[in-house]
Design a protein around this ligand. Structure first.
Ligand code: FMN
Length: 201
């Protein structure tokens, strides 16, 4: 029997290249690759993704009227076996780049809930996601609004919420490198995302 490698899409949501969430995402993808995943990273700040206009054109066929990078990214989101979203906290939520991408998945929401068609186009039928985030603050509710957004987005994509990796008190570019365990934790989280799924749990 031929089994193909699981496909993992990593989404970098920070506008800061090689910043804290980028570094964590890179580690997580390396961990996943060490367990056999085929990985790809997209940097949202390098793509052209306009915000949703709520024109409701997607309501008929589940196709967004806006022609930009979201057209092919939607296909990637639908065919992935795993998704890791990495976004820092900006004003208690995900970044604008990330939120624009999430809102543009309204067309996929239509496919799932209005047209009642499958959103997931992967072969395994099971999809799992991980959320990575950092913030400079330390308040106990720092990540809660972003987690709620990401959970809602994963549910629309038929991606099971496989957990989160969160670090508070991280602000300057590269601060995460000085954290005693963060990069290692990210590597292990990437490994375990793939491992837990292939063992059926
Ligand atoms: C526009 C903006 C808004 C921010 N809002 C918050 C916030 O609400 N809470 C917080 O803890 N950190 C906030 N931060 C700090 C970032 O989350 C922090 O610098 C993070 O380490 C950036 O991650 P990155 O290097 O991956 O971009 C904000 C930063 C910017 C630029």
């Amino acid at each position: 029997m031929v089994t193909s490698s699981p496909y993992l899409l990593g989404i970098a949501g920070s506008p800061r290249r090689n910043g804290n969430t980028d570094l964590l995402l890179q580690q997580a993808l390396q961990g996943a690759a060490a367990k056999g995943a085929q990985t790809k990273t997209v940097c949202l700040s390098e793509l052209s993704i306009s915000p949703c206009r709520h024109c409701d054109q997607c309501l008929t066929e589940g196709k967004c009227a806006i022609e930009d990078d979201m057209q092919w990214l939607s296909g990637e989101l639908r065919r992935s076996d795993f998704i890791i979203l990495a976004s820092p906290i900006f004003f208690m939520g995900v970044t604008a780049q990330t939120k624009a991408m999430i809102d543009r998945c309204q067309a996929l929401w239509v496919i799932k809930y209005v047209l009642k068609l499958p959103v997931a186009l992967n072969h395994s039928g099971k999809r799992k996601g991980l959320f990575i985030s950092v913030g400079s603050g330390t308040s106990s509710n720092l990540f809660q609004p972003a987690i709620a957004t990401v959970r809602s987005w994963f549910a629309t994509l038929d991606v099971a919420y496989g957990g989160e990796l969160l670090f508070s008190g991280i602000d300057k570019k590269g601060d995460i490198v000085n954290h005693p365990t963060a990069l290692k934790e990210a590597f292990l989280a990437g490994q375990s995302l793939i491992e837990r799924s292939s063992s059926g749990r």
